[in-house]
Design a protein around this ligand. Sequence first.
Ligand code: HEM
Length: 396
Amino acid sequence: MISTHAPVSDVDIFSDEVLTDPYSAYEDLRGLGTAVYLSRHDCWALPRYAQVRAALGHHGRFSSVGSVGLEPALNERRSGGVLASDPPEHDVLRGVLSESLAPRALARLRTDIGRRAEDLVAPLVERGTFDVVRDLARVFPVSVVADLVGMPLAAREEVLRFADAFFNTFGPLNDRTKESLPVADALFDRLTTMMSRDNLEPGGWGEAVYRAADQGVIGEHQVVPLLRAYLVASMDTTINAIGSGLWLLAERPEAWQALREDRSLVPLVFEEILRYESPVQMFFRRTTCPVEYEEAVIPEQARVALLFGSANRDPGKWTDPERFKLDRAPMDHVGFGYGVHGCAGQGLARIEAQAIFSALLDRVDRVELAGSPRRHLNNVIRGLDSLPVTVTTRRV
Ligand code: HEM
């Protein structure tokens, strides 16, 4: 039941039009209220920063079990995984991932990841013109994470197709999801086989997850969902942070120059990229009790879209949110989520992206678009299919 005066919108936030440019729809939703009923999807949306952050911080009221995607039937596929569980089960799974993703463990990887970024970037810069998405952003996270997990070579090709399809299934049963389901199903089985104990390289994160099962920390049935969490969560997210970031910088030569002159800005600018073009635009939750807002009460057991992309552009939180600002330092953006499910891999994502930006900044005076960027539409992920650029290594 919807409260009588609850704000209602019939916008389809998964339509091609809105996915291509969601920001005016977000502005409308923020204007309607703190909690808006989306009649087309029979779901509530939280479009403003304060409520998104509060919901992320209150897993007792906003559960992830069977509800991190919109469609109940599709949520079953995610059940038992770290993203789709609540404490205390969640904390055990998260503890296993955290061993590999903790700052101390990551500190040891920084130099190696920096070197890999240089090896990838140097020949592209030499070429002068390349596609940021195809040649750089889609190559780097797969090779870094696959090696860390100890994934067989044959599986790497499949991971990207799987991740894109899997993320689509967080949305409604629209054409994008329907087309993705067979792809996700076929690859799900292939990846499960390829991630079997015998197929993983010794010494990697994958082996550590199997060890946790051997020690009885987690059940054997939880191994593959955890391995999938490493793989799916780390791909399109990081890829699109790098792609969108380089597009923003290619369009702002003065920003590129400022970064060339002061590398200490790189980490902060990466956070501004995540605020401005959040790779994960939304995830979902289910209310465990009625939740009261200014104009509406979201009933118990309702589906709720947490609109990260909208929260990160909320003028109630950010000054001049539609401007990409180098000196904003928006450390409390919700691009990585927040609370118990706050991104487990954010440390690694930062190291990867900063390594790529630094390798380019070391070599390149100017980045210019060499054609029109092409957007890739996914139900919950915002990013690009193609970003052709030309780089200049000496000022002309
Ligand atoms: C820029 C890149 C990335 C972005 C924008 C991003 C974004 C997010 C967001 C928004 C969540 C919160 C989900 C929720 O609240 O339901 C999340 C969770 C998660 N991320 Fe990331 N992520 C990125 C990179 C990575 C990487 C590189 C890894 C792994 C190596 C990773 C692993 C995870 C895992 C395992 C979770 C689930 C945590 C939990 O449920 O406790 N992510 N990520």
